[in-house]
Design a protein around this ligand. Sequence first.
Ligand code: ZN
Length: 184
Amino acid sequence: MKLMDAQQLLDMSPDADWPERAAAKVVAALLDPVARPALLALRLSPHFTLRELTASATADARGLVNMPDARQLLALRYLCVSILEPVRARFGPVRVTSGLRLFTPDSQHGKGEAADFEVPGVANLAVARWIRDMLRFDQLILEAWSPGAANAGWVHCSARPDRARKSVLRTPTGKAPYFAGLPA
Ligand SMILES: [Zn+2]
């Protein structure tokens, strides 16, 4: 499958049996190591590619192929459309530091429902507050944030079409313990 064909499927062309069967076709093409490099340029939404949402130094180091199944592909697409695109429209280009992580199956990253990101030049706290107040999300975590260091840490956000807990947490370290809410 060529990139354009895959993009047409993902863009919900009238001929595509969207969503599940279209996603399954894209996923099957991704299993082909020859076709995969070109397909990584697939846009999950207007400004976010499959490459950005699947890149993982940890997966590379472990020799794992960090590619989504159909369900995860649809979840990643929903995350891009409902969270990353609005954040980009409000603040500017977003740097995704971690999206899908097949090696953490119990986290929302493992399901394709969460991404870690930053907006270069914008305080993570400002981004997190805007998401909290403006978007429909499942869980939002301000990670490794410390007062006085506006660029420290990153924003973790998850989204699902069928669930929006609007859980908001913060952690000074990037791992447990978590505290409720964002810093005042
Ligand atoms: Zn995360």
